[in-house]
Design a protein around this ligand. Structure first.
Ligand code: GLU
Length: 442
């Protein structure tokens, strides 16, 4: 599967830096389970529409599979499979006791009413209920899904199973068993990773300019927290366009305006004092990617940096908060140009890490305060990020290859415990050696 192996794993599969058994390469070629379902939904106007949904569980050697559900018109089985593979790597990179999965529905959720969205979300859970569960496969939010949707899904699952099983889904509303800190966790984790990088490279946050593509859950919380931590956020964009201010933007205020105005571009024309004082410039998404900044943060969708624009990137380093925003060709170009890319499987892993904490809290029935959540997230992110930075330096490889190497090492460690060809062939040869004795005895 080209789209799975093409990014990151390519180098690992070539076994340049790791001694991997053929068995492990074979087992990492295709998912354990790929389910396609039809979800009939009665629309508000009485029409029936049938939506297509997917759930792919890539590998569960290290534990129950884990990964979000995305609602997007361009969702495909191939994309969901790649994302489930990245979740497998991501959980291993962070040392979480999970395998990887992903789900999706082909839908533009912005075109649905809230009631239609609820029916669709519950219908999806009815369709996949047999393959999920707190000890089997645990969904969570992803692109265009949120805590409310997770709450409906957990409730639907409880109705099917006739018992409360909050650990079946993470990213739920706090009042329904969600974890404190989960909402901001992806952005928070990405900031911890960036802070480790900044400290290692002796950069001064106050002098570090940052452009953020994507103003959804991950992009917004990252921008907000990075601003609070002293970084200068000079540009922000959403799917409609972006804004720029050399003096720096205040993400929280921008979000307040976006909520009332719905798009960032409109903020320029709003008549409130904040907008007038700040005098933002507008820019397109394409312009934002090519800004001369210290850190370019990619928090929108996959394949944003490609062969087409990789040569024009002026940022000194890239931070991948979305899954797969730099494609494999662009990755090679950036690597050649010496522009470090802090990879998604490490940078955005704060989300699934706090999902893990939510699952632990649900199963224990004992809930933590927000400081405990963030403290534990920081411990894990700092540890894994430092390990990856050092591995990249030691082996003279890029950060993505280092992260994959680290994840694959944990996955292969688990697979080796079940026995590989090398182990069983040794066993065969033992029989072989003892054969003359056996023959004698017979
Ligand atoms: N969708 C998020 C991701 O891609 C979170 C997954 C989770 O929390 O299970 O990492």
């Amino acid at each position: 599967r080209d789209s799975v192996a093409s990014r990151g794993l390519g180098d690992v599969y070539k076994r340049q830096h790791i001694n991997l058994s053929d068995d492990i390469l074979l087992r990492m070629q295709q998912p354990k389970l790929a389910l396609t379902v039809s979800i009939p939904v009665r629309m508000d106007d009485g029409d029936l529409r049938v939506f297509t949904g997917y759930r792919v569980q890539f590998d569960d050697t290290r534990g129950p599979t884990k990964g979000g559900i995305r609602y997007h018109p361009s969702v495909t089985l191939d994309e969901v499979t790649s994302l489930s593979f990245w979740m497998t790597i991501k959980c291993a990179v962070m040392g979480l006791p999970f395998g990887g999965a992903k789900g999706g529905i082909v839908v533009n959720p912005k075109e649905l009413s809230r009631l239609e969205l609820e029916r669709l979300s519950r219908g999806y859970i009815r369709a996949i209920a047999d393959v999920i569960g707190p000890k089997r496969d645990i969904p969570a939010p992803d692109v265009y899904t949120n805590a409310t949707i997770m709450g409906w899904m957990a409730n639907e699952y409880a109705q099917i199973m006739r018992e409360q099983l909050p650990g079946v889904i993470t990213g739920k509303p706090v009042h329904l068993g969600g974890s404190l800190g989960r909402e901001a966790a992806t952005g928070q984790g990405a900031l911890y990773a960036l802070q480790q990088w900044v400290a290692r490279n002796q950069l001064d946050p106050g002098q570090t300019t940052v452009a953020v593509q994507g103003f959804g859950n991950a992009g917004y919380h990252f921008a907000r927290l990075a601003h609070l931590a002293g970084f200068r956020i000079v540009a922000l964009s959403d799917s409609q366009g972006g804004i720029y201010s050399a003096a720096g933007l205040e993400p929280e205020l921008i979000m307040q305006h976006k909520r009332t105005r719905r798009e960032l571009k409109a903020i320029l024309y709003c008549d409130s004092s904040v907008c007038e004082e700040a005098r933002y410039d507008t820019l397109s998404n394409a312009d934002l990617l090519e800004l001369d900044v210290d850190v370019l943060v990619l928090a929108a969708l996959e394949n944003q940096i490609t062969e087409q624009n990789a040569a024009q990137i002026q940022a000194r380093q890239l931070l991948e908060i979305a899954n797969g925003p730099v494609d494999s060709r662009a990755d090679a170009i950036l690597s050649e140009r010496g522009i470090p890319v802090l990879p998604d499987v490490m940078v955005n892993a704060g989300g699934v890490t706090v999902s893990y904490f939510e699952w632990v809290q649900n199963r224990a029935g004992f809930y933590w305060d927000e400081d405990e959540v963030n403290g534990r997230l920081k411990t894990i992110m700092d540890r894994e990020a430092r390990y990856i930075f050092e591995l990249a330096d030691d082996k003279q490889i890029n950060l993505r290859t280092a992260a994959y190497l680290h994840g694959i090492e944990r996955i292969s460690g688990a697979m080796i415990e079940h026995g590989t060809r090398e182990y069983f062939q040794q066993h065969l040869s033992l029989i072989h050696i003892s054969e003359p004795t056996r023959r004698y005895a017979i």
